[in-house]
Design a binder for this molecule. Structure first.
Ligand SMILES: Cc1cc2nc3c(=O)[nH]c(=O)nc-3n(C[C@H](O)[C@H](O)[C@H](O)COP(=O)(O)OP(=O)(O)OC[C@H]3O[C@@H](n4cnc5c(N)ncnc54)[C@H](O)[C@@H]3O)c2cc1C
Length: 244
């Protein structure tokens, strides 16, 4: 177990930036004082302008463990204040302030007893869920993982190479595309429906621990459908990224 450390402010230096998708960017931060974090945790990032103006937003961590490098993946909200700056303007060597690790409830920790884990992501909501899948792959925990991942199109999938590279130790992955599918995809674009949940997730009777993350309307719709399908609300953990 890594987390349950008191959250604190840390100074971070941007170590690497790279495109994640056409609208998102992966950002690696070097944080020498980072205490480590559990998979699923998030941080608050504070930006300060030369005139003293500050803006703070939350971002999930794609990384976990005791490393002093933490990884974010930020999708641009074009009308937003902070995400366009992070996606287009932040440069290697820039400094930002990081508060964390945060979010002791929405984390997965390896344990001695295997228990099915169902991950359900909408868009950039895959970030903390990827961290959980990657943590499972390097642990001795034998819990079976599944990931149901809703993305706009194949080009909008975050961490595709890394998810594929988890191989047999990684989750079984089902993609749902809302706007454009790959050629020959068996179903037209569409949202996750109760029927999709029934086909492509662990059944309520298997008592999976469920983690749902993404835009607020997505999370609320999925959580309600899971409870309707018989999941105990206490088994369904949610993280809302905002948006209407
Ligand atoms: C715990 C937590 C973890 C998060 N992790 C991530 C992450 O890993 N990657 C990531 O890209 N974002 C993440 N977010 C969302 C992030 O905090 C910001 O809300 C987002 O980047 C938009 O910030 P902004 O300043 O650009 O937009 P703002 O200026 O704050 O908002 C502008 C407009 O966009 C709407 N909006 C705000 N957030 C969203 C959203 N997520 N989707 C659609 N519309 C939105 C607002 O309602 C508003 O109308 C997370 C949020 C939370 C609470």
């Amino acid at each position: 177990m890594i987390g349950r450390r008191p959250a604190a402010w840390h100074v971070a230096t941007v170590a690497e930036v790279r495109p994640e998708t056409a609208t998102a960017r992966r950002i690696v931060l070097d944080v020498p004082t980072w205490p480590g974090n559990d998979a699923g945790a998030h941080v608050d990032i504070r930006l300060s302008a030369p005139d003293g103006y500050q803006a703070t937003r939350s971002y999930s961590l794609a990384s976990s463990g005791g490393e002093h490098r933490i990884v974010l993946a930020v999708d641009e909200v074009p009308t937003g204040e902070v995400s366009p700056y992070l996606v287009h303007d932040l440069q290697v060597g820039d400094r930002v302030e990081v508060h964390g690790p945060l979010g002791a409830f929405f984390v997965w920790r390896p344990g001695p007893e295997p228990r099915p884990v169902q991950l359900i992501a909408g868009g950039s909501g895959v970030v903390p869920l990827y961290a959980m899948a990657a943590a499972r792959a390097v642990s001795t925990d034998a819990s079976p993982f599944r990931l149901l991942y809703s993305a706009r199109s194949p080009d909008d999938v975050f961490f595709r190479e890394e998810l594929d590279a988890l191989g047999p130790d990684g989750p079984r992955i089902d993609y749902v595309y809302t706007r454009r599918t790959p050629p020959d995809w068996p179903v037209p674009p569409g949202r996750i429906t109760p029927a999709v949940l029934a086909e492509r997730t662990f059944a309520a009777q298997e008592r999976p621990a469920v983690f749902v993350c993404g835009p607020t309307p997505f999370v609320e719709a999925i959580a309600a459908a899971l409870v309707d399908a018989g999941h105990d609300p206490a088994d369904v953990r949610t993280e809302r990224f905002g948006g209407a």
